[in-house]
Design a protein around this ligand. Structure first.
Ligand code: GLC
Ligand code: CA
Length: 565
């Protein structure tokens, strides 16, 4: 097994609750997910990241953990988890488990013991959370769930003190100044490795420590602890990957990679809204802007990229002007907005425009890093903004046009389903479902399968250098991915109109251009003014063939120098 398998991987983010219900209780479960592994394998993904599957009161969809070392009874048992791992591994698929180190549910026995002076275990758990006599400490820390929480402190009458929470008030933050907490989270990490996890997503890492006079994010103490988690993984189960969710600017995120001795991967949060901005404005400038601020990573590290996930489309990593634009364009109805973001899915955001959806995915699959696909986006599922919080993007997977969409047995009463199915005219399950799209050669699902297959054949997409080209017009986003084995040119038309574009392919003069989708070669070889026409939102992935043997590194420098000139 390659140590850096994650560099070649495409990830699929799934909510177990939403995917497939095996026992007719209206709630998706682990056996249900296991029964769909053939589907995921045929889709062409490599790793499955599951939202939290632990016992929980589910007030934050499982990110409020009540027991780190068990499975929520709705989802199954540890044996079911073992079977999922086994069946996934048999198909060459890897499993990513959530680790939520920052906070627990207020229903967690640790918190119950910590808050109650008369609890038999109080002495042991007293200092497992961050308690204070006043709500005036750590004033410089922002509030994250601004639509729900007025403060990061909540008063607990039983203990007669305030406790600290960066998210919901029912999610008290653990106290990482306490060595017992540090040790416990390391044991939990080992537990999931023992259960077969190939990787862990570290939820909300910036907030582990608090220090007066700081914004309580990205503190040196936090990085020191994350490095200890990494050292543990390297010693205990080398090859286990740590994926961090630091929603921060690139400079801050860079620190989470350390010198290659902290997190293997981190999501590139600021890139995501800029892909949407570039499509909305038919102008690549915002992508160029963020890439100019994106640092190089240590060799074993990798960016995770995505278009959508289980949360609101976050606009924390944009300027206030950009946020205003994004809200006006992508969230015209107030109900579409949530916290500092937008609670909509990919297909509705892109007005169900099939060309635009393919263009967005073309960028996702060929730009930097390893892509994450959010369940249902491969068939263009819709959302329901009227559901609470972020539930509107977490509705049941649409498998068929049958009653209950094949998510659960057809005779299960609709009100038993954990959330209602999407049932509108455009995105409803009778129209948008896996079975229908499997039968239709030109469907989004079949396009995704084909695109993932092409990506898999070209490791340069996960590993190559990215060299942005600067052609006119700005509505074209063009780049070269360059690796030791091959060089690929990608051209995306961000505009709703056909475009003619001329590219300076100077460093590659004479190379033939071979379309990765069709295998066909362009009539003209690469030149300093190579011209092509792209349909609306059109994209081309073109391999440069016949470049002759050149030292990849020096060649790369030559190209970068030319593009900067
Ligand atoms: C992360 C999760 C989000 C959750 C939050 C608090 O940001 O992605 O869904 O609500 O952490 O745990
Ligand atoms: Ca079930």
């Amino acid at each position: 097994m390659a140590y850096d398998w994650y560099k070649d991987a495409v990830f699929y983010e799934v909510s177990v609750r939403a995917f497939a219900d095996s026992n007719g209780d209206g709630i998706g479960d682990l056996p249900g997910l296991t029964s769909k592994l053939d589907y995921l394998q045929a889709l062409g993904i490599d790793a499955i990241w599951m939202l939290p599957i632990f016992p929980s009161p589910l007030r934050d969809d499982g990110y409020d953990v009540a027991d780190y070392c068990d499975i929520h009874p709705d989802y199954g048992t540890l044996e079911d988890f073992g079977r999922l791992v086994e069946e996934a591994h048999r198909r060459g698929l890897r499993i990513v488990v959530e680790l939520v180190p920052n906070h627990t549910s207020d229903q967690h026995p640790w918190f119950q013991a910590s808050r109650d002076p008369n609890h038999p275990e109080h002495a042991r758990y007293r200092d497992w959370y961050v308690w204070s006599d006043t709500p005036d400490r750590y004033k410089d820390a922002r509030i994250i769930f601004i639509d729900y929480e007025p403060s990061n402190w909540t008063y607990d009458p039983l203990r007669g003190q305030y406790y600290w929470h960066r998210f919901f008030h029912h999610q008290p933050d653990l106290n990482y100044d306490n060595p017992a907490v540090q040790r416990e989270m390391m044991k939990i990490l080992q537990f999931w490795i023992d259960q077969g996890a190939d990787a862990l997503r570290i939820d909300a890492p910036p907030y582990l420590y608090e220090r007066e006079g700081t914004n309580c994010e990205n503190l040196p103490e936090t990085h020191a602890y994350l490095k200890r988690l990494r050292a543990l993984v390297d010693a205990y189960a080398p090859g286990t990957m740590l994926l961090s969710e630091a929603n921060q600017w690139p400079q801050e995120v860079r620190a989470y990679f350390g010198d290659g001795d902290e997190m293997h991967m981190n999501f590139h949060f600021p890139l995501m809204p800029r892909i949407f901005m570039a499509l909305a404005q038919a102008d690549r400038t915002s992508i160029e802007w963020i890439m100019a601020r994106t640092p190089e990573l240590p060799p074993i590290c990798q960016w995770g990229t995505f278009l959508r996930n289980h949360d609101e489309l976050t606009l924390e990593m944009v300027t206030p002007e950009e946020r205003t634009f994004m809200w006006a364009y992508y969230a015209p109805e107030p109900r579409m907005r949530l916290n500092l973001g937008i609670r909509r899915r990919l297909a509705p955001l892109l007005e169900n425009d099939q060309d635009r959806i393919r263009c967005a995915n073309s960028i996702l699959l060929t730009f930097i890093g390893s892509p994450f696909i959010y369940y249902g986006d491969e068939i263009g599922m819709g959302d329901n903004i009227w559901l609470e919080d972020r539930n509107g993007v977490r509705t049941p997977m649409q498998w068929t046009a049958a009653p209950n969409a094949g998510f659960t047995a057809p005779d299960v009463p609709a009100e038993r389903l954990y959330l209602p199915l999407i049932d509108d005219a455009v995105f409803g399950y009778r129209t948008v479902n896996v079975a229908a799209q499997e039968a239709e050669p030109d469907s989004l699902l079949n396009w995704m399968r084909r695109a993932l297959q092409v990506r898999r054949q070209h490791p340069v997409f996960g590993r190559g250098h990215l060299i942005l080209l600067a052609p006119e017009p700005k509505s074209v986003l063009a780049y070269v991915r360059e690796g030791p084995q091959e060089t690929v040119l990608v051209v995306n038309n961000l505009a709703a109109e056909e475009q003619r574009v001329t590219l300076d392919l100077g460093p590659y003069v004479g190379a033939r251009l071979e379309d990765l989708f069709t295998g066909q070669t362009e009539p003209e070889t690469a030149s300093e003014a190579w011209t092509l026409t792209l349909p609306r939102y059109g994209y081309r992935w073109l391999r440069l063939v016949g470049l002759g043997p050149r030292a990849a590194e020096s060649f790369h420098e030559e190209v970068v120098a030319r593009c900067r000139a």
